[in-house]
Design a protein around this ligand. Structure first.
Ligand SMILES: Nc1ncnc2c1ncn2[C@@H]1O[C@H](COP(=O)(O)OP(=O)(O)OP(=O)(O)O)[C@@H](O)[C@H]1O
Ligand SMILES: [Mg+2]
Length: 294
């Protein structure tokens, strides 16, 4: 990847606290994340770790409790509802895991793709042409007149990608877009996201439970307890995504250090090291050594 590309997303110290009556749930606790323009990043993490919360915040569907988020030149925390609406309409595309949440059941594939374009000032002729081009891009020109119930799950997600791209977004957010698909269809969808990334230079954040994702994408970020904790990168410079695992790649795993110098040490390392509540931190010529407080 061209490392000189500017950052598209900069999240610093984001907190999200949901309050239901007296109960508070801290969904994000000081999350940091930076993504460059045109990069594909996979987000992984246990159920409840905060992945969807992060995507919803980046999409402007939800508002963080604290922190700072820039997407392009926009400061998401300082936007009013009208600006957020405009941001959602012009800057982001979103794909949900549930295939039936992405499409209107009574509209055909092409009508679903055209629908978000109605909110723009684009001329009808140009809208129609672009909708056809998008269906072509996702390989479904011959299904344009089908309603979702006459499409397979994979085809529905392809249309969902075309819908998500209909506003020409610079950022595509996909929350487990392959969660309901079999392995072969899931791999086709990842390949398609790769085409979108390379042809349209769209930045893509994809949440996935695919255990092989590190061999399919340039960078994987693990969220643990509402915070980015670990990152896995290929040794080779690669910033896109493909449906086929490239197992020739060596993977490098990093523990992330946030802006306040905090790191999360993976639990298995902690338990093997015998470190519990306190540790000694010693500077050595190789770096920092953390030892149990014996
Ligand atoms: N609207 C909400 N109101 C209250 N709590 C919420 C809300 N949305 C999410 N949460 C809580 O926030 C935490 C993070 O949820 P989130 O949906 O982001 O997890 P996730 O990583 O996407 O999980 P999964 O892999 O199961 O989709 C969970 O404990 C969840 O119960
Ligand atoms: Mg989720």
């Amino acid at each position: 990847m061209d490392t000189l590309k500017p950052f598209h997303i900069i999240c610093e110290d984001i907190f999200k606290i949901y309050k239901i009556e007296d109960l508070e749930v801290v969904a994000l606790r000081g999350l940091d994340l930076k993504v460059r323009q045109g990069e594909v990043v996979a987000i992984v993490g246990a159920s409840g770790s905060g992945k969807s919360t992060l995507l919803n915040i980046l999409a402007g569907y939800d508002h963080p409790s604290a922190g700072s988020i820039f997407v392009g030149t926009r400061n998401l925390l300082q936007m009013h509802s009208k600006d957020i609406e405009e941001y959602r309409r012009s800057e982001v595309g979103f794909i949900w895991q549930q295939t039936n949440r992405n499409l209107f059941p009574y509209l055909t594939a092409i009508e679903n793709v055209r629908l978000p374009m109605m909110l723009t000032n684009e001329a009808e002729e140009s809208r129609d042409r672009r909708a056809s081009e998008l269906l072509d891009l996702v390989g479904l020109s011959d299904r344009a007149k089908h309603t979702p119930d006459k499409l397979s799950g994979g085809e529905q997600q392809r249309v969902a990608i075309a819908v998500a791209l209909s506003n020409n977004p610079k950022l595509l957010l996909a929350d487990e877009p392959t969660g309901e698909l079999d392995d072969k269809t899931a791999s086709e969808i990842l390949d398609l996201l790769g085409v979108v990334n390379r042809e349209l230079e769209t930045t893509i954040l994809i949440v996935t439970h695919d255990p092989d994702i590190a061999y399919k994408v340039g960078r994987v970020v693990l969220i643990r307890d509402g915070k980015t904790s670990t990152e896995i990168k290929r040794s080779e410079q690669y910033s896109s995504i493909s449906g086929i695992s490239d197992t020739n790649q060596e993977l490098e795993e990093f523990v992330l250090v946030d802006g306040n110098g905090r790191i999360q040490i993976p639990r298995d390392l902690l338990s093997h090291s015998g470190i519990q509540e306190k540790a000694k931190v010693i500077l050595s010529s190789d770096g920092i050594i953390i030892t149990p407080n014996k």
